[in-house]
Design a protein around this ligand. Structure first.
Ligand code: TYD
Ligand code: MG
Length: 458
């Protein structure tokens, strides 16, 4: 007989250790280790598995792929175009979805307003954090409507209510607030959160209902519960944005039923989140044309073209070490681009402070923004504005070459749609590009220097 085992688990990040530690080596939290009992042996022994496999249950035997029946998954319409798109065309029946994000970013608002629109479905909104009264107030703020609410933190009681109420979708806000009475760990601990999620996964697979979990993520992203949950759930959505800006981006990080390249953009207003169907128009502040330090990048985020302004401020370093700071852009990549400018194009920037900002507080991971970053840095350095009506796309390589980017025709047509007169693109992208009716001048460039000549042409 295996004996009960115990371990010490960090309540902040779930790191486990055989002995108690004062400080978690994984997340750095102090005094966060609590003892948990792990029960019997961690995995079924070989002999045990062998015995149970001899049972007649056909769902547990080895099958050929051709034997398995194909059925398309049923998708439920959330009546929110952006939300549907990020989910891959609606919420899959019998799936477990995790919506992660920092506290206060708008997760509860997004879900509540979506639920309010789903009047054709039976949705149960379970809140473990807010009172009925608070939810009512928020719903009124979002425009009202009638939905079913349950304020409860016990998983068993949620199951009980769900059995009576028989909803199609259950929203649980948040998974960190829920605990199981059977679990031995205390509520909110990593073990509890994980056990509840595993239990809910089993629940959705057995009943065919869909469950959306809300999970809080701390500022540095990696800590707290949701990272552990990502392996368990079917779909992970991330709601992000800078709290001081109004834009929020809903991104798919993992999706067992669709692609993760989709993106939903919302604007936080006093009456809730409004889907932004035309993001480029909002992200471009037309007033900044003709100013130095500003350039427009034709990027693709997810599968959508997005024109974004990069703004740079370059000034002489006041004290010894030059400062570099970037908002919405990877600082290491900025340093790399500055090194390319220094080494390959002969610009002396080592003694300069460089500040970079992407307008709107949106994070961009598309490398095609590189060229625009370089151009805005030089535009600020020499106090010379980019010639009007110009935008650009291109990844910058270590030898100063402009590398090709994906989906070039989409970028060109978005730039044209928004009234840009010229777009600078990588030479290598010219092959096979259909310029269409020629409403926009497409300028191919091969090296950083060539691009600069074009950009600052008056
Ligand atoms: P919330 O949805 O509670 O965030 P989360 O569930 O992710 O913790 O709300 C986030 C913020 O949104 C809150 O501070 C106030 C703001 N807000 C609006 O600006 N407009 C609105 O209509 C609502 C409901 C909230
Ligand atoms: Mg909330």
């Amino acid at each position: 007989m295996a004996k009960d085992r115990t371990a010490y688990v960090c309540t902040e990040c779930g790191y486990d250790s055989a002995k108690w530690l004062g400080r978690c080596p994984s997340c750095g939290a102090w005094d966060s280790f609590k003892e948990v009992r792990l029960g019997k042996a961690p995995v079924a022994s070989y002999r045990h598995a062998d015995a149970s496999a001899s049972g007649a249950d056909s769902s547990h035997r080895v099958k050929r792929l051709s034997e398995i029946e194909h059925t398309d998954e049923v998708r439920l319409d959330t009546h929110d175009e952006e939300f549907n798109r990020v989910l891959g065309g609606g919420l899959v029946k019998g799936s477990l979805v995790l919506l992660g994000g920092e506290p206060g970013i708008g997760k509860s608002t997004l879900l509540l307003q979506t639920v309010l629109k789903m009047q054709d479905l039976n949705v149960l909104y379970v809140s473990g954090e807010e009172s009925e009264h608070q939810i009512k107030m928020r719903a009124l703020r979002l425009g009202g409507g009638d939905i079913s609410i349950l304020c409860e933190t016990s998983l068993e009681k949620i199951y009980q209510q769900a059995e009576q109420f028989n909803p199609d979708i259950i929203i649980i806000d948040s998974i960190q607030a829920i605990s199981s009475e059977q679990g031995e760990a205390f509520p909110g601990s990593m073990t509890q959160v994980r056990d509840c999620a595993v239990s809910l996964l089993r629940y959705v697979k057995e009943t065919g209902k869909s469950v959306i979990l809300v999970g809080h993520i701390t500022k540095d992203g990696s800590l707290a519960g949701p990272k552990v949950l990502e392996h368990i759930v079917d779909t992970v959505l991330h709601f992000e944005g800078d709290r001081h800006y109004m834009y929020r981006v809903l991104r798919g990080l993992k999706n067992r039923f669709g692609s993760t390249s989709e993106l939903g953009i919302y604007e936080m207003q006093s009456g809730g989140l409004r889907a932004v169907s035309n993001p480029s128009e909002m992200l471009l502040s037309r007033g900044s044309e003709g100013l130095s330090g500003v350039a427009v990048a034709a990027t693709i985020e997810g599968a959508r073209p997005l024109l974004i302004e990069t703004q740079a401020l370059v000034s002489s370093a006041a004290y010894g070490n030059a400062q570099r700071s970037a908002t919405g852009f990877d600082i290491r990549r900025l340093n790399m681009l500055l090194a390319v400018l220094e080494k390959r194009a002969g610009f002396k920037l080592a003694q300069k402070d460089v500040f970079l900002n992407l307008a709107g507080g949106i994070k961009v991971s598309d490398p095609a923004i590189d060229l625009s970053v370089i151009v805005s840095v030089l535009s600020s350095t020499y106090d010379q504005a980019v010639s009007p009506g110009t935008c650009m796309a291109g990844e910058v390589g270590l030898s100063g070459e402009i590398r090709s980017v994906t989906r070039i025709s989409q970028r060109v047509s978005e730039a044209q749609r928004l009234g840009f007169r010229r777009i600078i693109i990588p030479q290598m992208n010219m092959k096979g590009l259909d310029i269409g009716n020629g409403g926009i001048e497409v300028i191919p460039v091969g090296k950083v220097q060539d691009a600069l000549k074009e950009v600052f042409r008056n």
